[in-house]
Design a protein. Sequence first.
Length: 200
Amino acid sequence: MVEETMPDVSFNEEILEDSEYSRKSEFSKATIIQSQISKCLELRSKDMKPGYITYIQGKPTVIPDSRKEYVGAVECLKNTLAPEIDNKMPDLEEIWSSTKKEIFDKFAYKERIGKKFVKTPAGEKVVWIYSDRIFIPQKGSIIMCHNDKPLSGGISYNPNGWDTNIDAYWDCLVEIADELYADLNRLIHKLDYFKGGTSM
């Protein structure tokens, strides 16, 4: 019996040329950046409104929060430009992160899980008991609140108790995202990604 041997097939240049992932395939950073800039422009051209649920022919339809979409698109542009930012604007990431944290700290909800009475020199008073969770809730989240007697141990639950703070949080993020977007466009202009055309 003659043993058959398979030909030695290696991923040489000839095979790669026929592949969708040829080593000669080009990666165009400028094309990706241009696409993301267009997305940011499109999203920022809309009214910056909270999301909500509406009913179309009796079926619930979620209308996305345009603020979240825009902030996310700007952050995506920033992440795509990470190597260039590191090289040309090394402080930008730290400034963005610290400003975001300041806004988060201002509007975040520290989860309440109950009340307790504590003794003070002025007498006994009621204080909140908190969990370790600090976060930005979703609109309509149920929040633990004082009942009609705030100094008692009673509590009530408000399904929209933090909505004002949530809206303020996203409104502030849109403002700083505008500043970040302007800085990123200045960086792109310096890099001259779009030679022969109009700089953004």
